[in-house]
Design a protein. Structure first.
Length: 248
């Protein structure tokens, strides 16, 4: 006849302790799995869908303010064509930006910034990119300015509600220009027309002021920070309604 062993208080405590340790280990394991999966998903989203950038200058005021953070749809122009009026982020075509010295950063802050950049919540390379509004597509004939101070695209004058002009000024560009956008390129301008070094003022660069479509990172969708500035970014299709396609 087998004699049943009655667990002692100490053995019960040991068993409970082992169960608690195992439960804690499983909890930590599950947290690590969730973290890694979330990191992977965020990395994939950042790589293929959405990225975050901050605004380093006032060239797009009043649409965008300095230090605003924006979310950028990277499906444009890879899968979705760029259109006139889109606010786009693009890599410097060469000569648009002045070289900037790297500023020393606290190692802890640098590590956190790197981790956030992996998941698309930080943009340490924002100073290497520019943001402007698309005015001309390949083949478009862009001219400024008519007797009313308006710019025209393919002969259609534009009424631009998004631009910022100095007090008392109605001419939408301080300098006149007349250009036909070459193939695979864009003519872009800042909304803050008298304080934007855009296509008008980069004619002496290798790209002659035009932005190669291949340099476009994506279209800015929304102001994500600060919360008080949260807003979708309009591409104002009514401004360009009636503009016929160019020859490009």
């Amino acid at each position: 006849m087998t004699e049943n062993t009655v667990p002692t208080r100490s053995s019960r405590r040991a068993t409970d302790a082992r169960r608690k340790k195992r439960g804690v280990a499983l909890f930590i394991r599950d947290l690590l799995v969730i973290f890694v999966v979330a990191l992977l998903i965020s990395f994939l989203i950042k790589t293929f869908l959405v990225r975050s950038f901050y605004i380093p200058s006032g060239s797009m005021e009043e649409t965008l303010h300095v230090n605003d953070r924006i979310l950028v749809n990277q499906l444009e122009p890879k899968l979705i064509p760029i259109d006139r009026g889109d606010v786009i982020v693009f890599k410097d075509p060469g000569g648009w930006l002045m070289p900037q010295a790297e500023t020393p950063q606290n190692p802890l802050i640098a590590s956190v910034d790197w981790l956030l950049s992996v998941v698309g919540l930080s943009a340490p390379d924002s100073n290497d990119h520019l943001i402007k509004r698309v005015i001309g597509l390949p083949g478009d004939h862009v001219v400024c300015c008519n007797a009313l101070g308006q710019m025209s695209v393919n002969g259609v004058p534009l009424d631009e509600p998004y631009i910022k002009l100095p007090p008392g000024v109605t001419k939408v560009s301080e300098d006149d220009f007349d250009t036909i956008v070459p193939p695979h390129s864009l003519w872009v301008m800042g909304d803050n027309r008298y304080n934007s070094r855009d296509s008008r003022y980069n004619g002496d660069t290798p790209g002659k002021g035009y932005v190669p479509i291949d340099n476009v990172v994506g279209r800015a969708l929304v102001i994500s920070w600060p919360i008080s500035r949260w807003a979708w970014l309009d591409d104002y299709p009514e401004v360009f309604r009636g503009v016929e396609e160019g020859e490009g």
